[in-house]
Design a protein around this ligand. Structure first.
Ligand code: UGA
Length: 439
C-alpha cells in the first residue's frame, strides 16, 4: 500500500529521496527550514543541477503525489513515515566529528509535534550510536514511534539512476512493525529484486561509513600508484584496467585524478577516523587515506611547478571546477585547493565549468576570471589544467586550443584527452599517472 511520507531536508539526498519515493507511488510532503528553496520547488523549479530530477519533479507534483510545505505540523499530521535527510557537515573543530545540530533539531521537532504513530527514518549520515540515542529519547518522551536507520548510497550526478537502481537497501531497526512499513515504502525496489539488508542500528550506521571509507581507500591507492607510475614511466590506465580485470578487485573507483572531493568522502573518512579513535580502535588505513588525498591535491601544483618553476604572473586556465562531472557542487573540490595555491603563487587564473561557475563565483568573486567556454580559457594561457572529467572536455578542438594559448602546455589530471592526439599536435603535456611528455 502507498504510504504517506514526510521528508525533512531538501538537499541532494532529501530531494532525490522525496521525488523518488513519490515516483514509487507514495504521497510525499517535503519540508526544509530554507523557505526560499521550498518556494522555488513549489513553483516547480529545481534548486540543484542533477540530471533527470526536474522531469521527475514535474511529473510527481502534477500527479499530486509530491508537495512542498513550510508547515511541519501539517506534514507530520499527514504522514506515517518521516525521513530525516538534513546535512551533517563537519563541526569545524578539526576533530573529524560532524555537526549534528540540524538532525537534532529535526528529531526534536518530530518528537514535539507528533500525535500519532510514526516510523522515524534517519537517512542523514550520523555518528555510530545516534539512532539508539534517538530511540531512548522517544521512549522517554512516551511517543509511539519506531526508529529506522536507512543510510543513503546515491551519488551526485547519478542520483536519479542510483535511487531507482540501488545495489542494496540497508535498514537498521529492532521493530517488526517498522520493517513491514519500510517494505511498503520501498515496495517498487522489492519487486525488481533489489537486495535488502535488515540489521541493527549500529551496523547500518557503520555500513555507510565503511562503504565510503573503502571507496576512498581505492581512490587514494590508485592515486599513489599514479604517482609511482609517473616516476617509473608506466601507464596508470593500463594498470587500473589490469587490476580491475580481477573480479575480486573490480574496475570501479580506480580512476586516478586530482584527489577525491565532494560533501561525502572527505567528511565521512574524517568522521570514521574520529569514531574509531573514540572507541579506541584506530583504523590507521583511513588516517593514511585522508593524508594521501590532501597530498594528491597539492601534487597537481607540484607537478605543474616542475614545468613552470615561476608561476607568478603566468596565466593558468582551469577547465572544471565541480568536484566531479555532472554536478554543480564545488564542496571540497580539488579545484578549490589548486586555485587557492595558484593564486597564492601569483598566477592569473581563468576558469570554466559547464555547471559549477555560479558556485565558484560566490566563493571567489573577482579573484579569478570566468570564461564562457574552453577556448576563452585557453586564450593567452601559459598552461591549461583539466580538473573535472566533463564529457565536453573529452572532445575539445585541440588545434583551436593550441593556437589560442600563449604556450601549448596541458595538464590533464583526469586522463580525458588522447595522448597520441596531443603528441601529434605538438603539445607539451602531462597526464596523471603517465610519464611526462616534452613537445
Ligand atoms: C559518494 C558515494 O559514491 C555514494 O555512494 C554516497 O552515497 C555519497 O558519497 C554520499 O555519502 O552521500 P559522491 O560524493 O556523490 O558519492 O561522488 P563519487 O562518484 O563517489 O565521487 C567522489 C569523489 O571521488 C569525486 O571527487 C570523484 O572525482 C572522485 N573519484 C571517484 C575519483 O577520483 N576516482 C574514481 O575512480 C572515482
Amino acid at each position: 500500500m502507498a504510504k504517506n511520507i514526510c521528508v525533512i531536508g531538501v538537499g541532494y539526498v532529501g530531494l532525490a529521496t522525496a521525488i523518488g519515493l513519490a515516483d514509487f507511488g507514495n504521497y510525499v510532503i517535503a519540508i526544509d527550514i530554507d523557505q526560499s528553496k521550498i518556494q522555488q520547488l513549489q513553483n516547480g523549479n529545481m534548486i540543484i543541477y542533477e540530471p533527470g530530477l526536474q522531469e521527475l519533479l514535474t511529473r510527481n507534483t502534477s500527479a499530486n503525489r509530491l508537495k512542498f510545505t513550510n508547515s511541519l505540523k501539517d506534514a507530520l499530521d499527514n504522514s506515517e513515515v518521516v525521513f530525516i535527510a538534513v546535512g551533517t557537515p563537519e563541526n569545524g573543530n578539526g576533530d573529524g566529528n560532524v555537526d549534528i545540530q540540524y538532525v537534532e533539531n529535526a528529531v526534536n521537532d518530530v518528537i514535539q509535534n507528533s500525535n500519532s504513530y510514526k516510523v522515524l527514518v534517519i537517512k542523514s549520515t550520523v555518528p555510530v550510536g545516534y539512532n539508539r540515542k534517538v530511540n531512548e529519547r522517544i521512549k522517554k518522551a512516551n511517543r509511539d514511534m519506531d526508529v529506522v536507520s536507512n543510510p543513503e548510497f546515491l551519488r551526485e550526478g547519478k542520483a536519479v539512476y542510483d535511487f531507482f537502481h540501488p545495489d542494496r537497501v540497508v535498514i537498521g531497526t529492532d521493530s517488526e512493525k517498522a520493517k513491514e512499513i519500510m517494505r511498503d515504502v520501498y515496495r517498487t525496489l522489492n519487486r525488481i529484486n533489489v537486495p535488502f539488508l535488515w540489521t541493527d542500528w549500529e551496523s547500518a550506521e557503520l555500513i555507510k561509513y565503511a562503504s565510503n571509507g573503502f571507496l576512498a581507500i581505492k581512490i587514494a591507492y590508485i592515486n599513489q600508484l599514479a604517482c609511482l607510475a609517473e616516476q617509473i614511466g608506466a601507464d596508470i590506465i593500463s594498470i587500473a584496467k589490469g587490476m580491475g580485470m580481477d573480479g575480486r578487485i573490480g574496475p570501479k573507483f580506480l580512476h586516478a585524478g586530482p584527489g577525491y572531493g565532494g560533501s561525502c568522502f572527505p567528511k565521512d573518512t574524517k568522521a570514521l577516523s574520529a569514531i574509531a579513535h573514540q572507541f579506541g580502535v584506530p583504523i590507521t588505513i583511513i588516517d593514511a587515506v585522508i593524508e594521501a588525498n590532501k597530498k594528491q591535491k597539492m601534487r597537481i601544483v607540484e607537478r605543474l611547478k616542475k614545468r613552470m618553476p615561476n608561476i607568478s604572473g603566468k596565466t593558468i586556465g582551469i577547465l572544471g571546477l565541480a568536484f566531479k562531472a555532472e554536478t554543480d557542487d564545488i564542496r571540497e573540490s580539488p579545484a578549490i585547493d589548486i586555485v587557492d595555491e595558484l593564486l597564492k603563487l601569483g598566477a592569473i587564473v581563468k576558469v570554466h565549468d559547464p555547471q559549477a561557475m555560479h558556485n565558484f563565483k560566490e566563493k571567489y568573486e573577482d579573484k579569478v576570471s570566468y570564461c564562457n567556454n574552453e577556448y576563452e580559457v585557453s586564450k593567452d594561457a601559459d598552461a591549461l589544467l583539466i580538473l573535472t572529467e566533463w564529457n565536453e572536455y573529452r572532445s575539445l578542438d585541440l588545434r583551436r586550443i593550441k593556437s589560442a594559448m600563449k604556450s601549448p602546455y596541458i595538464f590533464d589530471t583526469r586522463n580525458v584527452l588522447d595522448r597520441d592526439e596531443l603528441n601529434e599536435l605538438g603539445f607539451s603535456f602531462d597526464l596523471i599517472g603517465q610519464k611526462t611528455m616534452e613537445a
